[in-house]
Design a protein around this ligand. Structure first.
Ligand code: 5GP
Length: 253
């Protein structure tokens, strides 16, 4: 097989040039990082789980008319996605207080918020992805006012979809992060959901027990991260499409 060109390697994924112009192959690694990569581990099977879960959520979003970059699954660790121009923002939606919001505002983790709250962080690892306001976004030209309207609408639709899907399997969607990409279609451009949606980028708590089923298991040393993600996949009926154990296949060049 022809050697593929690596375009970018991030903390949890590698992007390769896709087979057609405007496509990308997104490879999910087993690497787990937290606290801006100060804490690191390789967790066997995490990439396979996130690949399947992100495929599941993105496919569902596409089906209800929320546009995403997802085109099709390629194998246990790879999916074909549309090439996008990433907006340099992490878009966070919160339904319950947790994490940095609890720290910043002194609100107990788990407190239900009066309504979903959307926050924006500037995507820059060297700065620790700082929280920014719409004023910063407009002034520095990271997104236009029309983009911000579209981003808010996408974020709230993703929140409704994800909250409903997770509620259906006894899980509370506490918060999540998405990234948004710009695509050009002829004379038009539009914004679509990009990157990934997985337990790496959401807070997911069991409704009955409060057990954490997301990356906080790794961040806070609460047990096996892959067991937690496997439980999410099991409840959703999206165990990896293989009866073999979730081990790391050889990276195809
Ligand atoms: P917090 O601001 O409380 O740390 O995170 C809020 C939500 O966004 C959590 O679900 C968290 O997992 C997600 N999140 C925030 N920053 C990042 C990031 O850099 N990477 C990933 N994967 N998720 C993030």
């Amino acid at each position: 097989m022809a050697r593929r060109k690596k375009i970018y390697e991030g903390k949890a994924k590698i992007l390769f040039e896709g087979p057609e112009p405007g496509t990308i192959v997104q490879y999910f690694k087993d690497d787990a990082t937290a606290f801006n990569a100060e804490k690191k581990a390789v967790l066997d099977g995490k990439g396979v789980l996130n690949n399947r879960l992100s495929e599941y959520f993105m496919t569902g979003l596409n089906q209800i008319g929320v546009p995403t970059h997802f085109i099709k699954s390629l194998n246990m660790r790879e999916q074909l996605v549309r090439q996008v121009e990433i907006i340099p923002l992490e878009v966070i939606v919160r339904n319950y207080a947790a994490g940095t919001m609890s720290k910043r505002l002194g609100i107990d983790e788990g407190t239900q918020l009066p309504r979903p709250i959307v926050e924006y962080c500037y995507k820059d690892d060297s700065l620790g992805d700082p929280l920014v306001s719409e004023e910063h976004i407009a002034a520095f030209g990271w997104a236009s006012q029309q983009d911000m309207d579209d981003i808010l609408s996408l974020a709230l639709r993703v929140n409704d979809f994800m909250s409903g899907v997770m509620f259906g399997v006894g899980i509370k969607l506490v918060d999540f992060k998405i990234e948004i990409g710009r695509v050009y279609e002829g004379d038009f451009q539009r914004l679509i959901v990009a990157d990934e949606i997985s337990p790496d980028s959401c807070r997911l708590w069991d409704i009955e027990t409060g057990q954490k089923l997301d990356k906080d298991v790794f961040r806070r040393d609460l047990g096996s991260l892959t067991d937690a993600y496997t439980e999410v996949a099991r409840r959703l009926g999206v165990m990896p499409k293989s009866s073999t154990p979730i081990t790391k296949p050889t990276l195809i060049n």
